[in-house]
Design a protein. Structure first.
Length: 372
């Protein structure tokens, strides 16, 4: 194999694929990226056996061929080469190394044979639909912060994507929860997802999807089977196994009868929560909200460092209420809201609270209170 490729093109592609590769691998071939020539130039592929990313890029092919090289090392080499460089990739005559050359820089990397590189088993994808990249990014960003990191409840370690039929409307809905908070975002259902089974997209896959969606106007082709999901955008194809588990019935925790309505300036509220939580301990990040008509008193008490209080003007006409929340969770949710004012629908100090944008919104958030 002997090819020449622009440094910027190779770097951008390696940036997409090398992130899938784990830094530590017990199986050596999983540390490598597969490089193979094709009719358009070059194909690069990386996998961790659960997630696979493939990208096709233009290159000048003198001698076709294929091999695998250490992904992170190749990425670091190309990253440090000067802008505008032409990179030569060539397998040595002995077949054991690949030369990487640009200008006066020369590297020789150990390679492993292409035949050893694992393939994610091919699936039929019975459900296929298109989403604007901007919409897919929004549905992911509005929910991914609530994904659980608790490995014992593995079925919460991702975003639950499913088709919803609501009276005359059809939606594609994403939900994530860690048991303390829940995030839900939905879009009008695109053609092709009708009847799609609910699937749980793993946290790592969600992170990789976000990094590929840099052009909001591009269309993303989404394909779904019982065990895998595939995203195709531009020349990149990302295929992932799904989490094999049952997502809980999240609708049961979304409160319906919360009648205490609180409206507050989102920006002022976020800044106040951030300020008073400065003295909170990492273990107990509770902030207490004392609500009276027209006023909120935010307070934090930390036996080791002191107390903090701040008053805010609010729109609230229900009975007085004191309720505590995790300050970080409040800030996470507030950062996802799009309107200038946030609406809190409360019941009592022990019941879940519903948080929404002011006005029509396709997103909603549920937050469990804390004892304070």
């Amino acid at each position: 194999m002997r090819i020449t490729i622009e440094r910027s093109v190779l770097l951008k592609s390696l940036n997409h694929v090398h992130r899938v590769v784990e830094r530590r691998n017990t199986i050596p071939i999983l540390s490598n990226v597969l490089i193979r020539t094709d009719e358009n130039g070059l194909m690069l592929k990386a996998t961790d056996l659960d997630l696979e990313v493939v990208e096709h890029v233009p290159a000048m092919v003198e001698v076709p061929g294929a091999t695998t090289v250490p992904a992170h090392i190749l990425f670091d080499i190309v990253r440090k080469l000067p802008d505008g460089a032409e990179v030569l990739l060539e397998i040595a005559e002995n077949g054991n190394t690949m030369k990487v050359q640009a200008g006066r820089s020369n590297f020789s990397l150990q390679i492993l044979p292409e035949n050893d590189f694992p393939q994610l088993t091919a699936d039929d994808f019975p459900y296929r639909f298109n989403l604007a990249a901007g919409n897919l990014k929004k549905i992911v960003e509005r929910t991914q912060f609530a994904i659980s990191t608790e490995e014992t409840r593995y079925y919460l370690n991702g975003i639950y994507l499913h088709f919803v039929e609501d009276e005359e409307n059809h939606f594609l809905r994403a939900v994530a929860t860690d048991g303390h908070r829940l995030a839900q975002m939905q879009l009008p259902a695109p053609a092709g997802c009708e009847g799609m089974p609910g699937v749980i997209i793993p946290r790592k896959t969600v992170g990789e999807i976000q990094k590929l969606l840099d052009d909001p106007d591009k269309d993303v082709i989404v394909e779904v089977s019982d065990t895998k999901i595939r995203f195709s955008v531009n020349s990149i194809v990302l295929t992932s196994k799904l989490i094999d588990g049952t997502f809980p019935d999240y609708t049961r925790v979304i409160p319906q009868g919360n009648d205490k309505l609180l409206t507050v300036d989102r920006s002022l509220f976020s800044e106040a929560v951030d300020r008073v939580s400065t003295i909170s301990s990492e273990r107990g990040r509770a902030v207490k909200l004392a609500l009276t008509q027209g006023q909120m008193l935010l307070s934090v008490t930390n036996p080791d460092s002191g107390t903090a209080q701040e008053e805010l003007s609010i729109d609230y006409e229900a009975s007085d209420l004191e309720v505590g929340f995790n300050a970080k969770y409040l800030l996470d949710i507030a950062s996802q809201l799009e309107s200038e004012t946030a609406i809190f629908k409360l019941a009592d100090a022990g019941a879940p609270t519903l948080i929404e944008d002011n006005g029509e919104s396709d997103a909603l958030y549920v937050l469990m209170p804390m004892r304070v």
